[in-house]
Design a protein around this ligand. Sequence first.
Ligand code: HEC
Ligand code: HEC
Ligand code: HEC
Ligand code: HEC
Ligand code: HEC
Ligand code: HEC
Ligand code: HEC
Length: 404
Amino acid sequence: MCASQEKRVKRFLVSLTLAWIIFSVLVSIWQTEIVPTQQSAIAQERSPGISTMSNLTTKATANASTELIETKNGAATYVGRDTCKECHAENHELHSHHGHHKTFATTNDPSIVAMFDGRSYDSGEPYGTFTYHADEEGLFARLQEKFGERKFRLQYALGSADGAVTLLSLLPDPDGKTFAIEHRVSWFRDGDELRPTPQEDNRNPQTPADFFGLRHQGKVMEKCIDCHITRGTISEQTVVDLIPGVNCEKCHGPGSEHVRLARSSKNPPKYSVGKSDWDTESEIQLCGNCHRLPVTVSRSELREYPDELARFQPVGLLRSQCFVQSQGQLRCTTCHNPHQTIAEIPESEHVSNCVQCHQETNAQHVSCPISPSENCIECHMPARALPGLSVSFHDHWIRVHPEK
Ligand code: HEC
Ligand code: HEC
Ligand code: HEC
Ligand code: HEC
Ligand code: HEC
Ligand code: HEC
Ligand code: HEC
């Protein structure tokens, strides 16, 4: 617990013993703490329009590819993914089904409301039962045994409905600095039910807000949002200039200049793909910025490679002989169309990705003595189920597993 939290706890406890008037003042302070009110402002910012902002996120979280565009072309601004549809209808359509597109929403989104509204979840001692309701601003939770009718505003929903959805709220601390609460309870697609969010368990909540979930501050809070959006900046208790979801311009950079040039010429100059610095390593860094790179993993994990690391595909791929020995030929898009959800890719396509290198007729590479033309993934990239998570992950350290 940090010093400012401790101070606040003491203040809270002392004031409970004071007169009723002081207590009611405290309640009103407390209410502003657990009920941020900027929700309606957020709702208006959901639809991405042409923006005049050219800076993207906070400096600490700026994304490698967008940085690249920014420095070379200071004038480029965001136009939103629907502008790209005009000329790239196919990629636009594919991307609409990808988890990337749907991974961030405000809680007044009807599909998010449907996951929680009217439901409850018993979180056990010392929390009690959370009940969920929606009003025009979005979702809120109550812990009636503890805090009566008072509402805890649930602001943002992270994760597409393909796996799980976790709620996040931004609140002010007593010094006016913003912190986030990652709600204790998430929605899971399997079973269409509420279950505990996989997070550090805090059995000793100190402030009312802590009863509702895990506290994040500073860079951890910023990155949590940044990995799920295209553009936005935390300002007080709102994400302003928000373009939710991992959209075209998160990977390709702000598109206004490309659109302007493409509208006036059939052969617009290179925008991102096809530039000399859009190579294997920078692509792995682009995807790894969110799917994680070795730098985000502890030293002992790097050494021991526990099963949990299967969640971080780039970390595994970088250890694979397929990557190490193929002179820059193997990257994420060798096997993934970055616009197409894996849910729509047939098994046969995965096999053909492997056999483009590994087949008996290709003298450059070895082929499989066990199964030269089928089921590669099952044996060499097995799926790992991880505790608390509803989706499993395929180990991208491609290798011979002794048990297979
Ligand atoms: C007015 C038509 C038009 C619009 C709008 C447009 N593009 Fe393009 N784009 C083109 C043309 C033409 C090319 C070059 C030929 C090709 O590769 O299809 C191209 C190429 C690309 C390429 C591959 C080559 C490169 O230079 O990187 C990417 C990536 C791309 N566009 C992304 C986008 C994104 C993202 C948007 C929305 C922000 C967008 N485009 C909007 C016409 C357009
Ligand atoms: C800005 C962060 C970010 C970047 C950059 C990013 N991803 Fe993702 N990716 C995510 C998030 C968040 C999800 C979870 C989506 C959800 O909620 O279902 C995801 C999910 C996925 C999925 C599984 C979901 C599906 O529908 O298939 C694949 C595959 C994937 N990403 C591949 C890639 C590849 C390949 C790249 C690089 C070309 C990349 N990602 C770059 C954040 C990112
Ligand atoms: C470094 C980037 C990054 C950060 C930071 C990050 N995420 Fe994600 N998130 C991802 C990626 C990539 C995925 C998809 C793969 C996965 O589930 O690990 C994802 C998936 C998810 C999912 C969907 C899980 C599922 O099973 O479908 C939820 C919910 C989520 N993140 C919530 C959060 C919350 C809440 C925070 C902050 C407290 C956070 N994320 C921080 C990148 C990030
Ligand atoms: C997760 C990152 C990511 C997102 C989001 C993304 N792209 Fe791409 N895009 C890439 C990568 C990486 C390539 C290079 C693919 C390759 O080399 O095979 C690419 C290639 C392209 C190309 C050229 C090749 C082709 O498929 O025609 C176009 C055009 C394009 N993207 C448009 C878009 C549009 C439009 C959107 C939004 C609807 C979008 N991209 C969203 C990463 C992304
Ligand atoms: C771009 C080419 C390429 C692709 C695509 C590729 N590999 Fe490899 N892989 C290699 C190279 C290079 C080696 C080193 C041996 C050789 O030269 O064949 C290798 C080695 C291996 C090994 C032996 C690993 C070890 O540690 O000794 C296995 C197993 C393997 N690949 C499986 C696969 C599977 C399964 C896929 C598809 C999911 C795949 N590879 C896709 C290039 C590739
Ligand atoms: C050699 C082929 C290959 C390469 C290269 C590759 N992937 Fe995958 N990836 C797969 C396969 C196969 C799956 C499982 C697909 C399925 O379930 O249908 C997968 C699944 C995923 C998923 C979904 C979660 C999971 O782990 O099952 C994500 C996210 C992902 N890959 C990201 C990446 C990123 C980021 C890179 C680059 C660092 C990358 N992949 C490179 C073959 C590959
Ligand atoms: C039933 C499990 C299984 C399946 C399915 C399978 N493999 Fe293998 N593979 C193995 C085993 C076990 C070895 C190690 C064999 C040995 O060392 O004698 C191996 C070895 C390899 C090697 C290394 C060969 C060498 O000489 O070093 C490559 C490359 C490979 N497999 C690729 C593939 C590809 C590509 C596919 C799909 C077309 C595939 N495997 C399907 C189990 C499997």
